[in-house]
Design a protein around this ligand. Structure first.
Ligand SMILES: [Zn+2]
Length: 331
């Protein structure tokens, strides 16, 4: 076989592999990316992952990535120990990458998105949600309900289109009341956040900008409320005044969404370091322990919003604390 033939064969094999995944979904992704002017997955790996919770079909939809100095997410870690833990996990010592794992659930004829995602409020690698919706054949107007666990920018950023409109034009948006009171109705004191002052100012402004298109039609809920049958909120206060966790349940099946109780399993589960952005660190720690204990005792499948995609696994109780056990990929 001559060299030219080898190259041609390789090229046609590559084309055969690439074209099927680059068909319909690719076309929709491109049109969504164009219409939303958001980032794209073009040429990258898939950013969605399907599972079932009893009769409820669920899909993890990635909105991409954010991140920052590991110190932000492990505020009380001794410097040398933190570096060593990151080194042993083959992670850089100067940047911790966080995922944005939103979850779409479909139940009783309604499509409910849990967390809106960051969009580009916290860096250029967010905003992939719309491409991933398109990849499963859905448009923003197909979403009936959006529920956010708390109002940090990486959870509400996608509520606003780049031109200031409603990104999910038909959706009812549910927000915990205590977060709204703190971040929107008052001038929030963010001095507890271990970031520069201009970061704090931009952070607060990004929250207001993100929710502005839906400002007058928010449905407020109290931590602990049931949003729809099969979707309950659990108080997980401390990270913010109103943060909740989500429990999706159907029959004997459950899925627990831990929001920002932990940012990355390595620093906040396998090691119990405290996230710097927790406003009330004692209260957040108590919430973390209560909910992690429940997840471990009841062996509940867990989805971590910021964990490595798709963010699914289980919590194991150990002699010294907890360990994160990622779920096996299923086709
Ligand atoms: Zn977050």
């Amino acid at each position: 076989m001559n060299r030219r033939k080898v190259i041609l064969t390789a090229a046609s094999v590559a084309a055969g592999v690439i074209l099927p995944t680059g068909g319909t979904a690719f076309g929709q992704a491109v049109s969504a990316a164009t219409s939303m002017s958001q980032g794209g997955n073009v040429g990258g790996n898939v950013g969605y992952y399907r599972l079932n919770v009893g009769d409820i079909s669920a899909t993890v939809l990635s909105d991409g990535l954010i991140g920052g100095s590991p110190r932000i997410y492990a505020s009380n870690a001794p410097e040398v120990e933190l570096e060593e833990v990151l080194r042993q996990a083959f992670l850089p010592s100067d940047h911790l990458t966080l995922n944005l794992n939103t979850l779409l659930i479909e139940t009783n004829g309604r499509r409910i998105l849990l967390e809106a995602g960051a969009g580009q409020t916290m860096g250029p690698q967010g905003g992939r949600l719309f491409d991933n919706l398109a990849a499963i054949g859905l448009r923003p107007e197909d979403i009936d309900v959006v529920v956010v666990s708390h109002t940090h920018p990486d959870h509400v950023g996608n509520l606003r289109t780049v031109d200031g409109g409603k990104a999910f034009p038909r959706a009812t948006v549910f927000v915990p009341r205590d977060d709204w009171n703190f971040f929107i109705l008052s001038e929030p004191d963010l001095s507890y956040m271990p970031v520069p002052e201009d970061f704090r100012r931009n952070f607060a402004a990004a929250i207001r900008r993100s929710v502005e298109p839906v400002m007058n039609e928010i449905e407020f809920y109290e931590a602990g409320a049931e949003i729809v049958p099969g979707l309950t909120t659990l108080p997980a206060l401390g990270h913010t005044p109103g943060m909740v966790n989500f429990l999706v349940h159907s029959g004997n099946d459950q899925l627990l969404l831990t929001a920002d109780l932990a940012y990355h399993p390595i620093v906040n589960i396998d090691h119990s370091w405290l996230p710097g952005p927790d406003r009330d660190k004692d209260k957040a720690l108590a919430s973390r322990r209560r909910i992690f204990d429940m997840a471990a005792a009841d062996r509940i499948p867990v989805l971590g919003f910021h964990f490595p995609f798709p963010g699914l696994g289980r919590m194991l109780k150990t002699d010294t604390g907890y360990a994160w056990v990622p779920a096996n990929w299923q086709f």
